[in-house]
Design a protein around this ligand. Structure first.
Ligand SMILES: Cc1cc2nc3c(=O)[nH]c(=O)nc-3n(C[C@H](O)[C@H](O)[C@H](O)COP(=O)(O)OP(=O)(O)OC[C@H]3O[C@@H](n4cnc5c(N)ncnc54)[C@H](O)[C@@H]3O)c2cc1C
Length: 451
């Protein structure tokens, strides 16, 4: 049996832990069964977000009439779009792998546990006092083997389907639907409920639903009961809220209905590591599992399933294990974005969460039209919503919907992290008339309601 100080299972975000451990002179092994870098660069954030620029330019041309300009698209070279993006994505795995220090032993294969501190890979047994599980998550099993998920969709390639149906009204579904619709594929999105983006604040959800549905056809309150496939594509049997069955023809289908943790292959039954009833690894506030010395980070053990959360946990664990840090892990003010059209940027709690938690709060929702730069987009829907504690003046939540919301939200995030008081945003000088004035207007509106 080969003995290490640290074994890391999964070379996604946790790859950075191999570097920090090696820098402290530890004998480290990292095990990866697929592409180095994990979901984000290979089949997640990066390949999906590289599509935004193309969709954005197409939408600007298609919507140029809003600015009293007549323009039309002559050609969209999808082959070039796919090739350029795939080339970049394909290069990342190698960059990540090459960035692993030489002293770290790399195993390419699937790891599983033989006992608490014994792991097997490629018929070799390894042991270490510290083991880090970072095996991520994957899409649920699809209704038909020819249905794509984010794992099988990327790398995108020709021939492009003429029609596509995306199942799932979460962030992955609406981001992909926006791209396919923009490039001219007839796109239908199927949502199980009456809303899209269920985790968003209700006011933001309502605006998103209205604007998104102007571009993409959405079938709400609809479920896919059956899928069959032939050389022309799919026939889906859908069931709507009235219980009626509808036959829906489409050339391609993507399912984006949620992700499940990669725990089954680990053979955790050979250990005392506890998992939740949904299969996630249970961890305490120090990222430690029910077995001392075995830690879990990222999607395999997190309720958030976001790259920046996985990074946050990896940085924390690096300090805890290799830097004498001893504080428990905190998740202060978790932000997220939806990179669709419209774009959403959000941090903290929604108004519904404030109500459910019985928190005293005041709120204001303000249009962006009070900033000339924002008004110049000639979009009427963008809004800023603040939820603030009227006694302490702490920002509890901020939700933006409008162009570049994912960028603008960082101004609010910085204040929340450094000295959380809405008055900093309302009193600081903003460049006139930069788009950030939408934060100033929102802050001043909610400040009028403070005690
Ligand atoms: C389409 C899509 C878009 C996304 N967009 C965003 C976004 O915009 N912003 C954001 O913050 N997040 C986004 N995410 C989520 C983000 O990608 C994940 O939260 C992040 O990648 C999780 O990192 P991780 O290290 O926990 O897991 P992963 O990156 O999944 O890494 C786990 C690694 O473990 C390996 N592995 C699994 N089992 C074993 C085993 N038994 N033995 C050896 N190796 C194993 C896997 O092959 C994988 O490489 C997106 C996800 C998807 C699918």
């Amino acid at each position: 049996m080969t003995k290490f100080d640290v074994i890391i299972i999964g070379a996604g975000r946790a790859t950075n832990l191999a570097r920090s451990a090696a820098a402290k002179g530890k004998k480290v092994a990292i095990i990866e069964k697929s592409a180095f870098g994990g979901t984000c660069p290979n089949r997640g954030c990066i390949p999906s977000k590289l599509l935004i620029g193309h969709a954005h330019v197409i939408r600007s041309i298609k919507e140029s009439q809003r600015h009293f300009i007549s323009a039309k698209i002559e050609n969209i070279d999808t082959q070039k779009i796919f090739d350029t993006n795939n080339q970049f994505v394909n290069s990342i795995g190698g960059i990540v792998e090459n960035g692993i220090p030489d002293e770290v032993t790399i195993y390419k294969g699937e790891a599983s546990f033989v006992a608490d501190k014994v792991v097997t890979v490629n018929n070799e047994q390894l042991t270490a006092e510290t083991i880090i599980i970072a095996t991520g998550a994957r899409p649920r099993k699809t209704i038909h083997e020819k249905v794509w998920t984010s794992d099988t969709l990327f790398p995108l390639h020709e021939p492009l389907p003429k029609s596509i149906t995306i199942v799932g009204g979460g962030f992955i579904g609406v981001e992909l639907a926006n791209f396919f619709d923009a490039i001219g594929v007839k796109t239908v999105l199927i949502a199980r409920g009456a809303e899209l983006l269920k985790q968003e604040d209700k006011d933001i959800q309502a605006i998103f639903k209205e604007e998104f549905s102007k571009n993409v056809e959405v079938l709400f309150n609809t479920e896919v009961k059956k899928a069959t496939h032939n050389e022309k594509g799919f026939t889906l049997i859908l069931k709507n809220e009235k219980g009626e069955e509808i036959t829906h023809e489409t050339e391609a289908v993507i399912e984006a209905t949620g992700r499940i943790p990669n725990t089954e292959d680990l053979k955790l039954e050979n250990t005392k590591i506890n998992v939740t009833n949904r299969g996630y690894i249970e961890k305490n506030e120090f990222c430690e599992t029910s077995v001392k010395g075995i830690y879990a980070v990222g999607d395999v053990a997190s309720k958030y399933a976001l790259q920046h959360i996985a990074s946050h946990e990896v940085v924390y664990l690096g300090k805890l294990l290799f830097d004498n840090h001893s504080e428990p892990l905190q998740y202060p003010y978790v932000p997220h974005a939806v990179f669709s059209d419209p774009e959403i940027g959000s941090v903290g709690i929604t108004e519904e969460e404030a109500k459910a938690q019985n928190i005293e709060y005041v709120t204001a929702i303000t249009p962006w039209s009070n900033s000339a730069k924002a008004r110049s987009t000639r979009l009427e829907y963008p809004r800023t919503k603040f939820i603030v504690d009227p006694n302490s003046h702490k920002i509890l939540g901020c939700h933006l919907i409008g162009p570049e919301s994912s960028t603008i939200i960082h101004q609010v995030l910085a204040v929340m992290h450094i000295d959380n008081d809405i008055k900093h945003l309302g009193n600081m000088m903003h460049i006139h008339p930069a788009v950030n004035e939408v934060i100033l207007a929102g802050a001043r509106a909610v400040m009028k309601k403070l005690k």
